[in-house]
Write a protein that binds this ligand. Structure first.
Ligand code: PHE
Length: 332
C-alpha cells in the first residue's frame, strides 16, 4: 500500500474523507471539511507534498493514487454541496420578508373585450348572440344577399376564395352578413340576433384596413318593424358604448341587401366618424329565405369592433390588434 512520509495511506484518507463528508450538512460543516481534506494545508495536500521524498517507483504509484483521490473527493464534495442546497431550499432560501410579486395572468384580447361589450349591449335589448362559419359559401356571402355574380357590388368585397378540388364556390366570408340568411333559413320570425366574428378581405393593409378583422352583425325581423326601430336601437347602442351625450348621424348609403340603406357616424371631437352600415332588410333577401315580405320587415346592421375600440381607446392603427405585441395587448 502506498504510504507517504507522514504515514497516511491514500485508502485510509479516502475512508475518513467520505465518512466525514456524509455527516457534513450545513455550509459551515462543508467548508470545514473542504479545508481539512482539500485545503492548502489539508490532509490530501500534505500527502501530495510528501510524495517528493519517496523513491521513483513508489512515487509513481502513490502519486497516481493521490491525484485520483483528489479528483474523486472534489467531485463528491460538489455533489454533496448541491444536495445540501437543494434540500435546504424550500425552508431556508425563501425570504418571507421580501415584498410579493404579482403573478402574471393572461387577459382577453382587446377585440374580444369590445365584441363582448357590444354584444352585451344588444343582449340587454333582446338580441341573442350566435356565431357562424368563417369559411362560407358564395351563395350566403353574396347571392342570398342580393349580390348575384357580375353585380358591381361584388367589387366592394375583394374576396379570398378557397382552393377546393370538389367545388369552386367556397370563400372566406367578407362580412358577417351571410348569417342573416342562415339564421332566417333555420328559424321563423321574430328574429333578433347579433353575430360577432372574423371576416377576411383580399386587401392591402393600412392604418384603418386589415385583411382580417371582426364584425358584429345585427338582424331583427318581425311584423311591423320600421326604420324608427333601427334608429332607436342603434342610437341606444351608441349611447351605451360611447356615452349618453354622444351625437349620432345617419346618412344614406348603399348595400344591395338593404333598402333603404344608411351608415351611422358618431360625433368624435367635432368629426363625424363612420362606425357601421345598416338598413331595412331588402324584400329580396326575405323572399330568398322563404319569408313573406308582405308580412315581415326587419333591419340589419354591421359594424367593426376594432374601429369602435380604436375610437374609444385612441388607437391610431388597426394593425396593432393583430400584431401580437404585448406592449399593446397589456394596455387593455
Ligand atoms: N355587411 C356590410 C359591410 O360589411 C355592413 C352591413 C351589414 C350593411 C348589414 C348593412 C346591413 O360593409
Amino acid at each position: 500500500m502506498a504510504e507517504t512520509q507522514t504515514g497516511e495511506s491514500v485508502v485510509g484518507l479516502k475512508d475518513d474523507a467520505v465518512a466525514a463528508l456524509l455527516v457534513a450538512e450545513s455550509s459551515e460543516q462543508l467548508e470545514a471539511w473542504r479545508v481539512e481534506f482539500l485545503g492548502r494545508k489539508g490532509r490530501l495536500t500534505t500527502v501530495l507534498r510528501g510524495l517528493g521524498s519517496l523513491d521513483i517507483e513508489q512515487r509513481k504509484v502513490a502519486g497516481a493514487a493521490a491525484n485520483h483521490l483528489r479528483v474523486e473527493l472534489e467531485t463528491l464534495f460538489e455533489e454533496r454541496q448541491q444536495q445540501a442546497i437543494s434540500t435546504r431550499a424550500p425552508a431556508g432560501s425563501i425570504d418571507v420578508t421580501l415584498p410579493g410579486r404579482k403573478s402574471s395572468l393572461g387577459g382577453l384580447h382587446p377585440s374580444t373585450q369590445m365584441i363582448r361589450e357590444i354584444t352585451q349591449a344588444f343582449n340587454e335589448m333582446g338580441f341573442q348572440t350566435i356565431e357562424g362559419p368563417e369559411i362560407e359559401l358564395e351563395r350566403y356571402n353574396f347571392d342570398l344577399l342580393n349580390i348575384p355574380a357580375g353585380h358591381p357590388a361584388r367589387d366592394k368585397w375583394d374576396t379570398i376564395w378557397v382552393d377546393s378540388e370538389s367545388r369552386g364556390d367556397m370563400l372566406l366570408r367578407t362580412h358577417t352578413s351571410p348569417m342573416q340568411a342562415r339564421v332566417m333559413e333555420t328559424s321563423d320570425p321574430p328574429v333578433r340576433v347579433v353575430v360577432p366574428g372574423k371576416c377576411y378581405r383580399y386587401e392591402s393593409t393600412d392604418a384603418t384596413h386589415e385583411w382580417h378583422f371582426n364584425q358584429v352583425e345585427g338582424l331583427a325581423v318581425d311584423e311591423g318593424i320600421t326604420f324608427a326601430d333601427l334608429k332607436g336601437t342603434l342610437y341606444e347602442f351608441a349611447r351605451r358604448i360611447f356615452g349618453a351625450s354622444r351625437k349620432v348621424r345617419f346618412r344614406c348609403d348603399y348595400f344591395p341587401f338593404v333598402e333603404p340603406g344608411v351608415d351611422m357616424s358618431i360625433d368624435w371631437n367635432g368629426n363625424w366618424i363612420e362606425i357601421l352600415g345598416a338598413g331595412m332588410v331588402h324584400p329580396k333577401v326575405l323572399e330568398g329565405v322563404g319569408y313573406d315580405s308582405s308580412k315581415y320587415t326587419g333591419f340589419a346592421f354591421g359594424m367593426g369592433p376594432e374601429r369602435v375600440s380604436m375610437l374609444r381607446n385612441d388607437i391610431n392603427d388597426i394593425r396593432h390588434f393583430f400584431a401580437n405585441d404585448l406592449r399593446f395587448l397589456t394596455q387593455f
